[in-house]
Design a protein around this ligand. Structure first.
Ligand code: ATP
Length: 300
């Protein structure tokens, strides 16, 4: 008999550009961002059960059950489809928690896709994406993957052309950073002094399309980086280490504290990773490439 368990793999994201507008009256910031999905994955298994449960392996402290973003996704889809949310979700986490790589959002996207498969719902893609946007700004991108430009709160996405595979070293910190805390720190710093802002997003798009790694390195930028460094000053050493060990450019991904180091090719990335790992400036390093596709049902 075929197994009733559905397995889904979902990638982490990095931000190649993150322009943060001023605080809006509704408490959100207007964003312009370029996401890239990279080859670092969480894997979820979803099995029919009497009631909803969510457990996580490899990441102590992540909430369980309906408090987990994957649990919220199951409940939302169940309500939308008029189904009983009886599913056991097991998450095997590789994406760092509170690392600025949208791991929780990735799990929510994977849970949406996995439940739609488990329940044989023939939903249009646009419905899944709309439900994803209800769950969080980064969730629609985790469904689609690739490279994309995000506007609004980051949830309105459009694909970006790049035929090239890009190579990155990720320096993953021991402690996470809370995204709302980093936005709060950014607002506080901007009140003190306006500070510089990221360059035009068009420079990143042009470098991706050519493709030109050196130009991409120069165009990368993140308005949240200064705030992340202000809250976690040890990030300066990580950024310095990546550049000193030969990466083309280093930047904090999203709200941090993961640092993404752009490399020229796979060999260069392996070399930079070994050197940075030897310095002991971060908990672990990973070599990844992107873009990769978004959430996928395995064996489907
Ligand atoms: P982003 O880049 O989207 O701002 P992040 O990668 O910095 O997010 P996450 O790993 O998504 O941060 O987690 C943020 C918080 O969300 C965690 O501290 C955790 O308590 C909570 N959370 C809920 N569900 C999950 C999940 N499935 N995986 C990770 N964290 C989760």
């Amino acid at each position: 008999m075929p197994s009733a368990t559905v397995r889904v793999r979902v990638p982490a994201k990095i931000n190649l550009h993150l322009g943060v507008g001023d605080l809006r009256d509704d408490g959100y910031h207007e964003l312009v961002t370029i996401f890239q999905a990279v080859s670092l994955y969480d894997e979820l298994s979803l099995t029919p059960a009497d009631e909803l449960s969510v457990v996580t392996r490899g990441a102590p402290g992540v909430p369980e059950g309906a408090a987990n973003l994957a649990g919220r996704a199951v409940l939302l889809l169940a309500e939308h489809a008029g189904r009983h949310p009886g599913v056991r979700v097991e998450i095997s986490k590789q994406i760092p928690v509170a690392g600025g790589m949208a791991g929780g959002s990735a799990d929510a996207a994977a849970a949406l896709l996995g439940c739609a498969h488990l329940w044989h719902l023939d939903l249009p893609r646009s419905t899944l994406v709309a439900l994803a946007a209800e769950l969080g700004s980064d969730v629609p991108f985790a469904l689609t993957g690739g490279t994309a430009i995000g506007t609004g709160r980051g949830e309105q996405i459009a694909p970006v052309l790049t035929r090239h595979q890009w190579h990155w070293v990720l320096a993953i910190a021991g402690d996470g950073l809370s995204t709302p805390a980093v936005f709060g720190e950014l607002d506080r710093l901007r009140e003190q002094s306006p500070g510089p802002r990221v360059g035009p997003v068009e420079d990143v798009l042009a470098a991706l399309a050519r493709p030109d790694a050196a130009a991409l390195g120069e165009a990368l930028g993140n308005d949240m980086q200064a705030a992340a460094i202000s809250l976690q000053p040890s990030l300066r050493r990580v950024l310095y280490a990546g550049t000193a060990e030969g990466a083309l450019h280093c930047l904090v991904s999203g709200s941090g504290p993961t640092v993404a180091m752009l490399c020229a090719d796979a060999d260069h990335a392996a070399d930079v990773a070994a050197r940075v790992a030897g310095l002991g400036v971060c908990r672990t390093v990973r070599v990844v490439n992107g873009p990769v596709p978004g959430a996928r049902v395995l064996g489907a």
